[in-house]
Design a binder for this molecule. Structure first.
Ligand code: AR6
Length: 178
């Protein structure tokens, strides 16, 4: 567990659909109509009410975020965001990934959500290099805390031991933990 300006930051290894927290973030696509990876897992665990709400929303541009309820999952809300498809790093991928995190937090704040869990957006099907993506995730979250505030807890959910260790290395370095 880490603390940054009074906000609790932690790394959790496991399946985000099982986390009982106010909001979980989905790494969705522009249609918001579901897919593989964490998106598929969220729609499967949450049930059809999420898809019904997503259909009404009608899509989401890359880097932006939209919100639905969580259906049958223990969380209350799902914040659907769309990360970039990684090509070669020269097409503004870093800014779009940053925006996906930042805009998810902005939406959370609008809904008075205090605690949120993020998967590692864009690092699966969309192919973003994990090391770079984790740094961007941490930068976006700490920038948001600096500039906007209003959040109390952020969890970085890692789906593998390697991802967990990567976040741990970066957060230890940043916050000087041993
Ligand atoms: N809990 C937590 N993390 C998970 C889970 C889970 N249940 N399942 C996978 N991950 P991805 P993307 C991790 O592919 O790269 C979909 O088809 C996974 O190990 O889910 O943003 C959408 O519809 C990886 O580190 O999302 C889009 O079309 C991370 O979540 C596209 O994939 C993100 O992998 C989005 O691709």
């Amino acid at each position: 567990m880490y603390e940054y300006k009074g906000v609790s930051l932690s790394i959790v290894e496991g399946d985000i659909t099982k986390i009982g927290i106010e909001a979980i973030v989905n790494a969705a696509n522009n249609t918001l109509l579901g897919g593989d990876g964490v998106d598929g897992a969220i729609h499967k665990a949450g049930g059809p009410t999420i898809l019904e709400q997503c259909k009404k929303i009608g899509g989401c541009p890359t880097g932006e975020a939209r919100i639905t309820t969580s259906g049958n999952m223990p969380s209350k809300y799902v914040i659907h965001t769309v990360g970039p498809i990684y090509k070669d790093g020269s097409r503004g991928e870093d800014r779009l990934l940053y925006n996906a995190y930042y805009n998810s937090l902005k939406l959370a704040k609008e809904y008075n959500i205090n605690a949120i869990a993020f998967p590692s957006i864009s690092t699966g099907v969309y192919g973003y290099p994990k090391d770079e993506a984790s740094k961007i995730a941490i930068n976006a979250v700490t920038d948001f805390i600096n500039k906007e505030g209003g959040i109390e807890e952020v969890q970085f959910v890692s789906f593998s031991k390697n991802d967990y260790l990567l976040y741990k290395k970066l957060l230890d370095k940043r916050f000087n933990n041993n």
